[in-house]
Structures are given as C-alpha cells and as structure tokens.
Write a new protein. Structure first.
Length: 261
C-alpha cells in the first residue's frame, strides 16, 4: 500500500477512512498491461479536477503503479488507484487541496466469472458520473441483497428506471442486439471499450423491471471481471447457459490490446 510512491502511514490512511472524500479507479493488470489504461488515467484526471480543482499528473500515477506492482508486474492483479488529500479533514474540507495517490492491489480471480443473481433496489449514487469513495449507500444495499441470498444489487432511479449495479454496469440482449439503460450512471471503462469495439449503433432505453421479461439475456461489466452473465433480476430469470452474444462480447473484450503501465 503505497502513497505517492512510499509506504502509507496510519495517520495518512486515517483521513481516507474518517473523512472519506476522494475518488478512485480499479483496473486489471495482466503482465504489466491494462485494457483501457488511457481511459482509466483520463477518469482519474477528470475526477481530480472535479473533486479537488487540481490537475493530476497521470504519467506520475503510472510510475506509482509500476513501483507498487514490483514482483507482481508479470502476474495478474487488480490494482486500485485512489486519490485523496491526507491534509484535509471534516473541518477543513474547503481548503486548497494537494491530492496524493494511493496504490493498492489484490490477486485477480481467474476463469469465467459465475453468473449473478441481482436484487433490484431504489437508490441513486451521489454524483453518479464520478467514481468516488463514498460507497456507504451502495455497500449497504449490496449487503441487504446478499443477506437475502442474492449476489449483488441493481439500482433503480426514483422513477423506477434501471441505472447500474453497485460497482458494475448492466446491459441486456434483445433479439441479438445490445440494449443499455438510459440513465445517469458511472460509465465504466469496460462498457466504454465495448462501445468502441462494437460494430453497431449504441442502443439505450429507459428500462424498467417490466421490460425485463422481453430481454433474452443480461450481463454486467467491470474492469476486474470483464463481462459477467446475469442469471436473474428479482423474479425474472434467464437460462444458465451463456447467451451467444455474451460469448461474443467476452471474446471481443479479450481481443482488445492492452496498454503497458
């Protein structure tokens, strides 16, 4: 756990835990390279400007990631880059900021991820377009879903339209076409890469739970697991066998060239 390239102290980490103001991105590093690395860096730079009114040196961030990987540079790990200011606290949050970069990593899961069973719940994240560290609402609803026997939670807007999964995007397949929710949500890097690679017009609709029985399949996307099948949302179920379009999406994503860190 490195902060600006050196081991983080307890006092520095206390601010992230107690003030909980900052943003992050998570990415899968394979043999020292990342699909969509430039998009991850652009997200960090954009969110740093939004939250801290400060320009982030993304070349320096990449250097911090390379240093933190060390002996894992040739392996397969999930790296999280968090940006926060250890000098800010609850009472001084309005001061000019000097953001620091925290790099942590964990071993990545292998193989095709198991299908998810999702429970729908009414919730909209604060500043949904920003990948910020304020995860209490999302985690509370994920916990509630898991306590009911589900794998994760699908968020519904106040008008009942579908937005996103707690830390993933959600997509659907209907008559061989991919349909994404039309909503305010965090545009994930995996979803963005698929948009760039798909040889078809991006289709979005204001979807509600009543539309789900007309879908042939559902899937979730994030950087750690790529494309994951969704086997059910509440009472709506899809066959456990992966839909051919999901297989195509996985293969399309796997063929995207990775960028060296």
């Amino acid at each position: 756990m490195d902060l600006n390239g050196t081991p983080a102290t307890i006092d520095q980490m206390k601010v992230l835990a107690l003030t909980n103001y900052g943003h992050f991105t998570s990415m899968l590093v394979e043999s020292g390279a990342v699909r969509g690395l430039s998009l991850h860096m652009a997200r960090l730079a954009r969110d740093c400007r939004l939250l801290f009114d400060h320009d982030l040196d993304t070349d320096q961030v990449r250097g911090y990631v390379r240093k933190a990987l060390g002996e894992y540079a040739g392996g397969r790990v999930v790296v999280r880059v968090s940006v926060f200011d250890p000098a800010l606290d609850l009472g001084t949050i309005g001061r000019d900021a000097r953001p620091y970069v925290l790099v942590t990593h964990r071993e990545a899961a292998s193989g095709t991820p198991a299908p998810w069973r999702l429970q729908a719940a009414a919730y909209q994240r604060d500043m949904p377009a920003v990948k910020h560290v304020g995860l209490f609402g999302s985690m509370q609803r994920r916990r509630a879903a898991q306590r009911e026997g589900y794998d994760d939670v699908l968020f519904l807007n106040p008008d009942g339209t579908i937005s996103e999964v707690a830390t993933s995007n959600i997509g659907f397949v209907r008559e061989g076409r991919i349909v994404w929710p039309r909503s305010a949500y965090l545009a994930g890097i995996t979803m963005t890469l698929l948009h760039q690679e798909l040889d078809e017009q991006i289709e979005t609709e204001a979807l509600t739970l009543s539309d789900l029985p007309r879908m042939d399949a559902a899937f979730a996307t994030n950087a750690a697991t790529g494309v994951r099948a969704v086997s059910s949302i509440d009472a709506t179920e899809w066959p456990s066998e992966a839909h051919p379009v999901l297989k195509e999406l996985r293969e399309l994503y796997a063929d995207i060239p990775a960028e060296p860190v």
